[in-house]
Ligand binder design. Structure first.
Ligand code: NI
Length: 391
């Protein structure tokens, strides 16, 4: 078997092309049919028996039925519903769809890893499950939940995944034990009042004024109810109500998001939000219906697994290039659905050239292809460490 570096060099040109082709034809959550087909075809040529999972996802085992440990590696595949603004030769050709989180790169990196592992198949003293997940960006509650329901983790001992992150310097791995990304609750507040002429507010029950009071009152939750040693973000991001400047509307709607790093803190905040809605509704004589949906749990890295990532990253990148700095992030990820079930760890690979590098979800963002070999090395070494090699 050729050394891993030789294999990576040989794979990179085609893998980079594949990444660009995925970038050009991005697909939204649970619509990744073309991506699923490409992943499936690629894995078949390597001798895997890939199976569909969670509608548009794919799972494949390196050594099905072989005893020993089983480590899962996961990549997400979906794009975002946004417009590409770059003039890249491989920019998205599909209106309102773009790979602006780099999931095209995650998919390509895991396919490259699959290729190297296929060469090592006999040598590996156990199994590796490759998990290509649809719908990480939140469509219908996310793809991880469905994959877990469809038994994607059966027989899996540990699971790992990475995300590119332009906010961190290129070539630096960021990993920590414990919470690494936040939980998310989606918040919607429907405020029902009584509309009327703007000149006669005394005969209305104004949902706009009640909405303004609600936004202000919600600011007290994190600042007054949560301990200084806990962290949470509660943001109200939209406020819609009315259409004319002389009509008090009957209805207003607020939406926002809640992020925490601890499920007890999240529960406490949700209780406070409901209580405040009741108080504002009573005080302003309107009806407020809060819809609070727990979208993703806190993503918690298991200590052993985070340590394994740290060790492997230190050996590949050098200890100077492995850090906990900047963690946890208040962004969210449904990888936490996997680590709720089995031990695992999530890590970031820095992709930033400087502080101005467009971040994930920015219209000018593009996955940094220099991360492909780095991610492949890390994944393969993790497998060697956590599954083991035959003597
Ligand atoms: Ni992402």
């Amino acid at each position: 078997m050729p050394p891993i570096e030789t294999q990576i060099s040989a794979l990179l040109p085609a893998l980079t092309t594949l990444r660009h082709e995925l970038h050009q034809r991005p697909e939204l959550g649970f619509e990744e049919y073309e991506t699923q087909r490409r992943v499936t075809d690629y894995l078949r040529t390597l001798g895997y028996d890939p199976q569909p999972c969670a509608k548009t996802g794919v799972i494949a085992d390196l050594n099905p039925g072989r005893g020993g440990r089983c480590v899962a590696l996961r990549a997400d595949m979906d794009c975002l519903p946004m417009q590409e603004t770059t003039d890249l030769p491989y920019r998205s050709v599909l209106e309102g769809r773009a790979h602006k989180c780099g999931h095209d790169g995650h998919t390509a990196a895991l396919l490259g890893t699959a290729s190297i592992l296929a060469e090592m198949r006999e040598e590996i003293d156990g199994n590796v499950r490759l998990i290509f997940q649809p719908a990480e960006e939140g469509v219908d509650g996310g793809g991880a939940r469905v994959m877990v329901e469809e038994a994607a983790l059966d027989g899996v001992d540990e699971i790992y995944a990475f995300h590119n992150w332009p906010g961190f310097s290129r070539g630096v791995a960021h990993v920590c034990a414990g919470p690494i990304m936040a939980s998310v609750h989606d918040l919607v507040f429907e405020i029902h009042g009584v509309g009327g002429h703007a000149s006669q507010p005394q005969v209305t029950r104004d949902p706009v004024v009640a909405g303004a009071a609600l936004i202000t009152a919600l600011q007290s939750v994190v600042s007054r109810n949560i301990s200084a040693t806990d962290a949470a973000v509660l943001s109200i991001c939209t406020f819609q109500g009315g259409e004319a400047n002389n009509v008090i509307p009957a209805h207003a709607r607020l939406t926002g998001t809640l992020r925490t790093f601890d499920s007890d803190v999240a529960e406490q905040i949700v209780d406070r939000i409901r209580a405040i809605c009741g108080g504002i509704a009573g005080g302003y004589d309107v009806r407020i219906e809060p819809e609070i949906e727990a979208l993703y749990p806190v993503l918690i890295n298991h200590a052993d697994c985070a340590e394994a990532v740290r060790e492997v990253a230190c050996s590949i990148l050098g200890p100077k290039n492995v850090t906990e700095e900047g963690l946890p992030l208040a962004a969210a990820e449904d990888f936490g659905r996997f680590t709720e079930r089995v031990p695992g760890a999530y890590f970031f690979l820095g992709a930033g050239e400087n502080a101005d590098s467009p971040g994930c979800h920015h219209p000018d963002f593009d996955f940094d292809d220099q991360l492909l070999p780095m991610a492949m090395r890390l994944f393969v070494r993790l497998v060697e460490n956590r599954v083991g090699l035959r003597p």
